[in-house]
Structures are given as C-alpha cells and as structure tokens.
Ligand binder design. Sequence first.
Ligand code: LLP
Length: 427
Amino acid sequence: ARTVVRADTGAVTVGGLDVRDLAEEFGTPAYFLDESDFRERCRAWRDAFGSEADVFYAGKAFLSRAVVRWLHEEGLNLDVCSAGELHTALAAGMPADRIALHGNNKSTSEIRQAVEAGVGRIVLDSFQEIARVAHLARELGTVQKVQIRVTVGVEAHTHEFIATAHEDQKFGLALADGQAAEAVRRVLQLDSLELLGIHSHIGSQIFDTSGFEVAAHRVVGLLRQVRDEHGVELPEIDLGGGLGIAYTSEDDPREPHEIAKALGDIVTGECRAAGLSVPRLSVEPGRAIVGPTAFTLYEVGTVKELEGLRTYVSVDGGMSDNIRTALYDAEYSVSLVSRTSEAEPMLSRVVGKHCESGDIVVKDAFLPADLAPGDLLAVPATGAYCRSMASNYNHALRPPVVAVRNGEARVIVRRETEEDLARLDVG
Ligand code: LLP
C-alpha cells in the first residue's frame, strides 16, 4: 500500500484517506488494501511475462470476489486449491478456462466440481489422483486438461514449512526417482486426460532466482525425456509462485521482470538447444502481488514496560489476524500512524490479545516511549496469508478487508460478527 505521512498532523494517509478516519469508520483491527497498487502489480507481472506467458494469481494468498474481478479485468488467470476458492472464483465471474485447480489431496467432490465447471487445468499431484481425475472426466464425458506437478529436488532458502521442492515432503512426484516420468507415461495412456505440461513450485518467500532457474532447467530436462520416450512435445511449463516480498527494510526482493527474464532465458535457450519447440510458460505469484498492497491497522490497548527488558504493546488483534509471526517466526515492521511523536524510541514487542504468550505480531520494534492507549499502529505488508489464514481463536471476530482507491474506501470482506459465530454453533 502506498502510504503518505501528512505533514500537518503526522497521521498517515492511504489512497488519499487519513488512517484515523478509516479507523473511525471501519473500526480496528482491519486490513486496508490499496486497489491501485494491486492492479499495478498485476500489470507488472503481465508486462514482465508478455503475451507468450500466463500469470495465475495464487488465490490462497488472499481471495475475495472483488479480487477475482480485478484479476479478470487485469488479464490474469487464477490458481485455486479448494472447492471454496473455486466457488469464489466462479461466483465473481472468472471464466473457468482461466482457472487452475491445485492440491495434494483434492476430494472427489472438488475434482468433480472443477471438471464440471470446465477448469482450464487440474494440476495432478499423485498416482491415485491421476486415476481419480481420469475416471471422473470419463464419467462426465469430457477430456480434462492437466499438468503434472513434479518435485525438482531444490532446497529453497526459506522457512522449512513453506519450502516444497526438496524430496521429503508431501507435494508432487519426484523427478529424481522416476515417479514424475512414470506419471507422464500413465497420463499419456488415458483418453480422458490431455497432458498440457509439467508444473513445479519450489516454495515461498524466496529472494534469489537460482532455485527457480534450477527448477526450470530440470523441468526442461523432463520435457526432453518425454519427447525422446514418447515422441510427444508437451506444450506448457508452469514454474509456480514463491517470489519473496519485503517485510522489513532488510529484505531485498527480486522484481517480476527479473524473474521473467531469468526463466524465459533458460526455458527458451535450453528448449532451442534440445530441438524442442518452446513451451508456453506460466507462473503463480500470490504473495508478490497482494502482500505489499495491504496493511493491518490496530489500536493500542495497553502498554506495559518491563524494566530492563522491553515494552509490551498490546493491540486489539493478534495471532488470529496474523499467524505468520507465531508460525514462521516471520519478521514485520510497525509504526505509529495516528500522530507524530518526539519521544525516545523504546524497544517494544507488539503483541495481541490472545491467551498465549506466543501471540506476537511484531517481535522487535522501536516505538516511541509515549505510546499510549488509543494510538493507532500499522503493520505493513499483510496482504498475503494474513486474512486468508485468520482464525476465530478465542472466538475472535475476523477483521474486515477494506479496499481504498482514489479517496474512497469500501468494504470488500466485512467484519465478522458474534452472530456469524453463533450461527455455526448449533449444539
Ligand atoms: N503455486 C503453488 C502451487 C503454491 O503452493 C503456492 C503457495 C503458490 C503458487 C503461491 O506462492 P507465493 O507466490 O504466494 O509465495 N502460508 C505461507 C505461504 C504458503 C504458500 C503455499 N503455496 C506464508 O504465510 O508464508
């Protein structure tokens, strides 16, 4: 989100709106998402990859009907990984042939819904799934387009929980032990499946392009093997998502055009060298599109100074609206946005209101010593994997997502109410 500090009051504005007014109107905690920023990032990805490639936004990062409409308008495709995401996509008018379905354990019902809707591709993740999708497609009298997800054996330098291309994890079929090649062989024999190509996703929040380059190289190697063994040239390669974003000033992320160039060069160069026609490339950025576009606004409730240690600043949200700090030891920054302060900076920890001490939003931050109840704090870069991973722990009500653009703010996902929660409790 592009924020500007007002010279007169020190209050921060986004999309031309003062955060104090936003807090007043929409309450806290709340996520504010800069729609123009989102759309520009979509365009940057499209422009970087050009018309020879497709950009699939990864809906798991954050999905709502408004987001689907923006993606559609900006010419992006959509990767979904559940029936829930598929419904949202279809309900908001994303054409089914621009949707890809992912998942390591798609249910029969999810596969059926996707095939019936006519999704553009299902990314196959196991031998059982190959048989399952083939069976359902045959039953429904159609030929389903598919890709096969392979694990290329790259150790992505990111948190263990979000690295996905090393061998010992649950996703995909390994290149190294021949399972990927065996999957290709099986799919090619099935009349109800059309094999579009090979898919690789090496992990998330990755800063250097070398892992993607190794993945591209190995996937092209498989295409060559497939051509040699079966005389078939697969027309597509998908190299997944995973490009990192800056959460703090220490992070130095790559830009879409850098990754596009690196991948384009390898795929084009190696395919030409192998005498293969160059396949259509696609990528699946989630975080890199939506992550930087939003911030979470919190109100300070209590401030507790622990002599010689640090100051604990409690805000009105916490691990229920941002689990990433507790789960991945993620780093965030935070700033006072409702006023200026000349007070000394003090070493602070921003914590939530949940019943455990791991409920930390920002581990270490310097905040002014005169911080007081009622002050507003903003945590930037919370557009990805915060609302989408939010929970009702302690019966917290999940915060709204408010889109801001050109001086206007509108709720795109409303705040949960006690009634929403009560409706589910039928005992
Ligand atoms: N494609 C596939 C097949 C994926 O599994 C993912 C993310 C993406 C694309 C998008 O990756 P991105 O560009 O957003 O890095 N909850 C974790 C991240 C989990 C990512 C799961 N898969 C977090 O909060 O860091």
